[in-house]
Design a protein around this ligand. Structure first.
Ligand code: 9D3
Length: 244
């Protein structure tokens, strides 16, 4: 998969792509990430990428011409790219959408700044508008990293099979159960007895109930689309859950 990141801060990405899953994927030639400096597609002496909004108001808007020119060039080398605009008004990224993006060969990520991007770019050049959460960032750069990280680890061959995406949190729609490691007692804080019992059926039941309980407590809306069996539903009802 090839990512192009269109940004006025290309160096922002230097260190973040040098570690972890993304680096390994790049080294294995499964992933390529190029950063594209939007200012290289300006034509004026000051390399201007933004201007004041028509109609007045606070802040600046990203000019259409540099983004259009950058996309015009990038869409040809090689063709077939999907253009994603990172924007607070986009569709919320979730695990299912990350999985769909991981099927694609070529993505162009456009990072907005200021109050946003001239609407004509959205209308004519953008395929998908994506947000990474309901909070305000200063621009699309960190959001682009979130997309690359979430999508890269779902590309076949990027993760080892022992930690395959199947087993990940959200794959069955529940939050993960708590994990413990040695020492058994730390600062008087003990590991739950059941995990030391060697009774694998009992451990599995405890973990499932912890997952259900944590999801009910922190993210009850996830239960509406989680894969639940009769036992799960019975346990959740015992906690006070009512199906919606
Ligand atoms: C003043 C109104 N703001 C809309 C909520 C304007 C505004 C805020 C933040 C315009 C642009 C931005 C910059 N943010 C992004 O470019 C962005 C973002 C985000 O702020 N939150 C979550 N996901 C994303 S993806 C890109």
């Amino acid at each position: 998969m090839l990512f192009d990141i269109v940004t006025i801060f290309p160096h922002f990405f230097d260190s973040s792509l040098k570690d972890g899953v993304v680096r390994r994927a790049i080294e294995a030639d499964i992933l390529k990430v190029r950063t594209v400096n939007l200012r290289n597609f300006t034509t004026d002496r000051h390399r201007t990428t933004d201007d004041r909004p028509f109609g007045g108001g606070e802040g600046m808007v990203m000019k259409p011409e540099p983004i259009y020119k950058a996309l015009d060039v990038l869409k040809k080398e090689p063709p077939g790219a999907r253009v994603i605009l990172l924007s607070p008004r986009g569709k919320l990224l979730d695990q299912a959408l990350a999985g769909e993006l991981a099927q694609l060969q070529r993505l162009i990520l456009v990072c907005g700044r200021y109050e946003g991007v001239d609407e004509r770019i959205r209308e004519h050049c953008v395929d998908i508008e994506l947000s990474v959460g309901d909070y305000v960032l200063s621009g699309g750069e960190i959001a682009a990293l979130v997309v690359i990280e979430a999508v890269s680890r779902l590309i076949p061959g990027v993760l080892g099979c022992e930690s395959s995406a199947e087993k990940d949190s959200f794959s069955d729609g529940l939050l993960e159960f708590p994990q413990y490691t040695r020492p058994r007692v730390f600062n008087d804080w003990e590991v739950p007895e059941v995990l030391l019992s060697g009774d694998h059926a009992k451990i599995a039941k405890w973990r499932r109930e912890q997952s259900l309980g944590l999801t009910y407590e922190h993210r009850p809306e996830l239960l509406d689309s989680a894969r639940l069996d009769e036992k799960d539903i019975k346990y959740l009802r015992s906690l006070g859950w009512e199906e919606s």
